[in-house]
Unconditional design. Structure first.
Length: 493
């Protein structure tokens, strides 16, 4: 074990292998910092002893006051298409990679500080984070993990003891983020912009060995890498759609090639089902609305394809042809993931050619009747165990829905599985508790305005068991009465 440390061995593979894609930098220290949250479960997965997690050394590392032994701290370079416009020079403006560690399963995990002060990529920013958005990311990313959806994780939250200026003066926060890597589509865009084939090749090779080792030995590894990223991201977006999650800022610098959800800025869960839902205050044209996420997926992956042209084939035309072939598969691959998820959400395990239509018809009726996305699937499950009143109620007695319900029940009966079992399996897939906007808001207000972490901790613990119904927690499973379409989220960096 390493002395004076978290007891884990920091590796510096990014630093060693990818020179040209980062700048070394150091964290700002926060002498008045205090710990707000530590994630025991994640620490254990990373092989961090709880004794070490709660040690003074860990606190010093998480608050930027101490560089861990053996760690080369760096800010990664990346570009990005932000709301469709290319920005060549982004990079970690307020984050610092401490290095990678091997988790209990032998997988490399990045440990990154977010809100750790200025870096060479800070441009005009202060390199810091407000506490509210840091707590929001902690809550939402850990909730996403509990929902079984690939995501970056949150290991610690520190209150820096400093104020940051974001229009008004707000308490500062610092998060320790854990990710299977922080390589984004934007990292490839940056590398390809440098007119240095060796650099983009190094990045692609590193990505292959870290994320998709199975593609290393095929005929065209770089094309296979592209296909693998397309596959992971298509699966991710299908998962988002299946739980009513709106990422809110799907810029190419916010899409991880590992297929993890990253950058919990303005994201939010939809209450009433409306495919046009947008919560982000800066997304005035609705580019990243719920219903646009699948097409943005393809748009973003097209930017990745452009960055890989020189690697895939020495003849540009042939390279474009090969990449285009893969791009054309994204939509059917995505649709297939989506269909599998949606089918299981309505309790079907057997495939039938009419499933797609059955699901689309349900969604159309949900939209028309302004039905709560999350509750709908739980109430459908309930109807299978003898209580169909609540589901009929939320569709306000709509006769078209009653016809749909009969069709669905007929389809369910063809499964040849007892209704109780199907109902139970639906409840294991469809969450009852998601981070609803009003609950998240209330928890963050209490934490940042009243120094009261209790509502946050209660909500956090509820969201750790999103499927198991608890009668005492009814208020957390329901939307606020009325419509939250005017609810706004802020990047809040
Ligand atoms: P994000 O909106 O978090 O995806 O950030 C977009 C870009 O802006 C990234 O390059 C960030 O590092 C940078 N950025 C965001 N906030 C700050 C800040 N307070 N100081 C410096 N850079 C920032
Ligand atoms: Mg970002």
């Amino acid at each position: 074990m390493l002395e004076n440390d978290l007891g884990i061995d920091f590796q510096n593979t990014f630093a060693k292998d990818l020179e040209g894609l980062y700048k070394e930098s150091s964290a700002t220290s926060y002498p008045s910092a205090e710990v707000l949250l530590l994630n025991d479960n994640l620490a254990l997965e990373l092989g961090i002893d709880l004794k070490n997690l709660y040690s003074m050394n860990a606190f010093d590392i998480f608050s930027g006051n101490k560089r861990p032994v053996n760690s080369i701290t760096l800010a990664q370079a990346y570009s990005g298409h932000q709301f469709g416009r290319f920005n060549p020079n982004l990079g970690d403006g307020r984050a610092l990679l401490l290095g990678e560690v091997l988790n209990k399963r032998g997988e490399l995990r990045d440990i990154q500080l977010k809100g750790s002060g200025p870096t060479p990529f800070s441009r005009r920013g202060d390199g810091k984070s407000a506490l509210g958005p840091v707590l929001r990311e902690y809550l939402l990313s850990e909730s996403m993990h509990a929902l079984g959806i690939p995501t970056t994780r949150a290991l610690a939250v520190i209150k820096t003891g400093e104020q940051v200026e974001r229009g008004s003066s707000l308490p500062g926060g610092l998060m320790t983020r854990v990710a299977s890597s922080h390589i984004r589509i934007g990292t490839f865009e940056f590398a390809s912009l440098q007119n240095d084939t060796k650099l983009i090749k190094k990045l692609a090779d590193y990505s292959i060995s870290r994320h998709f080792p199975e593609t290393a030995n095929v005929e065209n590894p770089y094309l296979a890498l592209f296909a693998a990223v397309c596959n992971q991201q298509a699966s991710l977006v299908a998962n988002w759609m299946s739980i009513g999650f709106i990422h809110g800022v799907m810029n190419t610098d916010n899409m991880s090639i590992s297929g993890e959800t990253i950058d919990y800025g303005p994201c939010a869960f939809m209450n009433t089902y409306n495919p046009q839902t947008v919560f982000s205050s800066i997304d005035t044209k609705g580019r990243y609305a719920y219903q646009n996420q699948p097409s943005i997926l393809t748009w973003n992956l097209t930017r990745l394809a452009e960055s890989l042209i020189e690697l895939v084939h020495h003849k540009k035309d042939e390279s474009i042809r090969l990449l285009t072939e893969v791009l054309q598969l994204i939509k059917p691959v995505y649709t297939n993931y989506w269909l599998v998820l949606m089918r299981s959400k309505i309790g079907l395990s057997k495939e039938d050619p009419t499933d797609y239509e059955l699901i689309i018809n349900l969604l159309n009726l949900m939209e028309k009747n302004k039905v709560d996305f999350t509750l709908c699937f739980r109430l459908l499950a309930k109807s299978l165990i003898g209580d169909s009143k609540p589901i009929r109620n939320i569709f306000k007695g709509c006769s078209e829905f009653n016809s749909w319900l009969m069709l669905w029940q007929e389809r369910i009966s063809q499964e040849g599985i007892p209704d109780e079992e199907i109902s139970e399996s639906m409840n294991n897939i469809n969450p009852l508790y998601v981070p609803r906007n009003h609950n998240v808001e209330a928890a963050l207000q209490a934490a940042t305005k009243q120094n009261n972490m209790e509502p946050f901790k209660k909500l956090f613990s509820i969201l750790q068991n999103p499927h198991k119904e608890n009668d005492d927690l009814r208020e957390y499973s329901t939307p606020l009465s009325g419509d939250d379409s005017s609810y706004k989220t802020f990047c809040g960096t």
